[in-house]
Ligand binder design. Structure first.
Ligand SMILES: O=C1O[C@H](COP(=O)(O)O)[C@@H](O)[C@H](O)[C@H]1O
Length: 247
């Protein structure tokens, strides 16, 4: 895993967006199109904001959505599909955007997504890391075994608390208990992974991810250390607790 230390969240957004654009453009040059996976959340705002101004032939890019709460209406402020539509897909002429619409028949939705994502390889995954070290909604102990691309998971207390802390929900009681998430196995199938992780609230998580002696499903993001092409972007705050020898 390569680690890039940035000055602040904006610098991190610029650098991770430029790296992402490079990966997308290489894929387009090689095979005429690119397939990407996008994360959401507060930590992804600067990256997405700088992505949309990158010199990319967006009509050759197909996008997949990483995770979504089950039964959360799209007009809810915490809806991840609302987040991506407002900040990304509505601003770009994408080839196709695959959203997790978790309000209808969830089983059918997952079946369709599994079929779509399995058609071709994914060139780039932009993958955030949560305060509880989750990737997507794979909270600890994460399922490292399943080969299904999208799965249903229960959200843990720390994950719900983070969402309330960031202001997406008014209290823990109203955070949906379940979500559809891309599985850990499927995330690892991305040819390249860019992981933007700014902010002080992530410092403890980053320390745990980088300093854990072993890769473990109790610290789900440690699995990113096993990926052959993963770049982790930290700012001064999120990287403030790690020992220099790790860098
Ligand atoms: O909850 C999630 O965690 C990560 C990071 O989100 P953030 O709220 O800490 O910025 C996010 O990328 C992912 O899509 C979501 O499941």
């Amino acid at each position: 895993m390569e680690i890039i230390k940035c000055q602040d969240a904006v610098d991190l957004g610029v650098k991770s967006a430029e790296k992402s654009a490079q990966i997308i453009n290489e894929a387009i040059n090689e095979k005429g199109s690119a397939r990407i996976v996008l994360s959401t959340g507060k930590s992804q705002l600067e990256t997405l904001n700088h992505m949309i101004s990158q010199p990319i032939q967006w009509e050759k890019v197909e996008m997949f959505h990483l995770d979504e709460y089950i039964n959360l209406p799209e007009n809810h402020p915490a809806s991840f599909r609302k987040y991506l539509k407002e900040r990304f897909t509505s601003k770009l002429p994408l080839k196709k955007a695959h959203f997790i619409d978790s309000e209808g028949n969830v089983g059918e939705m997952i079946k369709q997504l599994n079929e779509e994502i399995s058609k071709e390889s994914i060139d780039l995954g932009i993958i955030g890391i949560g305060e509880n070290c989750h990737i997507a909604f794979n909270d600890p102990p994460a399922d490292f075994q399943t080969k299904e691309p999208f799965i249903i998971v229960n959200l843990d207390q720390a994950c719900k608390e983070q969402q309330v802390g960031e202001g997406w929900f008014s209290s823990i009681d109203v955070v949906p208990p379940q979500a559809i998430t891309m599985s850990v196995h499927q995330i690892l199938q991305c040819r390249c992974i860019v992981s933007p992780v700014p902010f002080l609230v992530k410092a403890e998580a980053i320390k745990n991810v980088l300093e854990s002696e072993k890769i473990t499903n109790q610290i789900p993001a440690t699995i990113l250390r096993s990926h052959p092409n993963c770049t982790l972007y930290l700012d001064q705050d999120s990287g403030s607790l790690i020992k220099e020898k790790v860098l």
